[in-house]
Design a binder for this molecule. Structure first.
Ligand code: XMP
Length: 324
C-alpha cells in the first residue's frame, strides 16, 4: 500500500465530533510510533505546523521539543503569539531562536528574489540543524505535511519552497496530519483549542516579509512594511467574507512628499487583496473606498518613512500574487 495515499474510506473531517475522533486516533498512533522517544518540530506559527505541534503535545507532552526560528521576516506579533500559545498555554518545550541579525546580515545587498529565497531557505536549515545538534537523544522529526503538499509536490508551493529540512539529520518522520486537507486541518486545530485567528489565518509565504520588501532588504523598509501590513490586516480583516490573501508590499523606490511646507522623499506602500481557489489564478478584490481611505490615513500617520499608499488591482495572470 502507498503510505502517502489517503485511505479511500477516510471521512471528511468537518465537525468537532469527527475532529475529536481523529485526534484520539492520532494520539494513539503517535504514541505507538514514538514510544518513549523524543520528537523535534520546526514551529513557524503557520496553520499546519501549529496543528501538528498541538497534536504532538497532546500525545507525548514533554517528549516534544518545538523550535521557533525568528528570522525577522515574520508579521507583527507572530513570534510573540507562538511563544504565548505554545510556550504558555500548551506548555511545550519551546526553543525560541532569535536569528534576526543572522538573516538580515546574510540578505544585506541581495536584490534578486530567488537568491533571497535561497538564502532564507538555506539559513533556516542551518539554524534548525544547529539547534537540533544541541539537543540529546532526538530520534523523530515532526512535520506539518498536509495532503495537498503530497498531491501537489510539483505545484505552486513546491516551486517556491526552495528549503525543506536537511536529509542528513537522519530522523524518522512523524506526520500526523498528512492525510488532511486544509479545511480539515483547521477543524482539528480548533478542536485542539488553538486560537481561531491562528487556525484561520491567511496563507503566508515561507520567506515571509522578505519577498514583500522588494529588492535588497533594509531594516527600516522592513519595519515599515511590517507596520503597514499590521494596519492592512486589521482593516481588511473586517471585510465579510475576508479575501483569501491580503497584505502590502514596499517597493525600493522613493517619491516626493510634502510636510510643513517642505518637500522630502519617502516610500510608497502597496495594498494587495486577492481571491483565488488554488493560487494558480487570482482576482483582485474590490476594497470599499472608505476602508482604503482609512488604511491610507493610518499608514501615512503612523508608519515612519511612508508618504504614499497605492492599491494593486492586478489579476493573476499576468501579475503574480506576491510582488516577488
Ligand atoms: P505567486 O506570487 O506565485 O504566489 O502568485 C502564489 C501563492 O504562493 C505564495 N508564495 C509562497 N509561499 N514560499 C511559500 O511558502 C514562497 O517563497 C512563496 N512565494 C509565494 C503566495 O503568498 C501565494 O499564496
Amino acid at each position: 500500500m502507498n503510505s502517502n495515499k489517503r485511505p479511500d474510506d477516510m471521512k471528511r473531517i468537518n465537525t468537532p465530533e469527527l475532529a475529536k475522533a481523529f485526534i484520539d486516533e492520532q494520539v494513539e498512533a503517535i504514541r505507538a510510533q514514538v514510544g518513549d522517544g523524543k520528537v523535534l518540530l520546526a514551529l513557524s506559527g503557520g496553520v499546519d505546523s501549529s496543528v501538528c505541534a498541538a497534536l504532538l503535545s497532546k500525545a507525548i507532552g514533554k517528549q516534544l521539543t518545538c523550535v521557533h526560528v525568528n528570522h525577522g521576516l515574520l508579521r507583527k506579533g507572530e513570534p510573540e503569539q507562538v511563544c504565548e500559545v505554545f510556550g504558555k498555554q500548551f506548555d511545550v518545550n519551546l526553543v525560541y531562536v532569535d536569528a534576526v541579525d543572522r538573516f538580515l546580515d546574510a540578505l544585506a545587498g541581495v536584490a534578486d528574489p530567488e537568491q533571497k529565497r535561497k538564502i532564507i531557505g538555506k539559513l533556516f536549515i542551518d539554524v534548525f540543524a544547529e539547534e537540533a545538534a544541541k539537543l540529546d537523544g532526538i530520534r523523530f522529526l515532526g512535520q506539518g505535511t498536509i495532503y495537498p503538499d503530497i498531491l501537489e509536490s510539483d505545484g505552486v508551493k513546491a516551486h517556491h519552497n526552495v528549503g525543506g529540512l536537511p536529509e542528513d539529520l537522519q530522523f524518522e518522520l512523524v506526520e500526523p496530519v498528512k492525510f488532511l486537507y486544509k479545511d480539515e486541518v483547521r477543524v482539528v486545530g480548533e478542536a485542539l483549542g488553538l486560537p481561531h485567528a491562528m487556525v484561520y489565518r491567511q496563507p503566508f509565504p515561507g520567506p515571509g516579509l522578505g519577498v514583500r520588501c522588494i529588492g535588497a532588504i533594509t531594516r527600516d523598509r522592513l519595519e515599515a512594511v511590517r507596520e503597514a501590513d499590521a494596519i492592512v490586516r486589521d482593516e481588511i480583516g473586517k471585510m465579510d467574507p475576508t479575501p483569501w490573501q491580503y497584505f502590502c508590499a514596499i517597493p525600493d523606490f522613493k517619491s516626493t512628499g510634502i510636510k510643513d511646507g517642505k518637500r522630502y522623499m519617502g516610500w510608497a506602500v502597496v495594498i494587495r487583496a486577492i481571491n483565488t481557489v488554488d493560487a494558480v489564478t487570482a482576482e483582485a478584490v474590490e476594497i470599499p473606498w472608505d476602508m482604503l481611505k482609512r488604511m491610507r490615513d493610518r499608514i501615512i500617520a503612523t508608519v515612519p518613512g511612508v508618504n504614499r499608499v497605492l492599491w494593486d488591482i492586478s489579476d493573476k495572470p499576468l501579475s503574480t500574487i506576491e510582488w516577488e
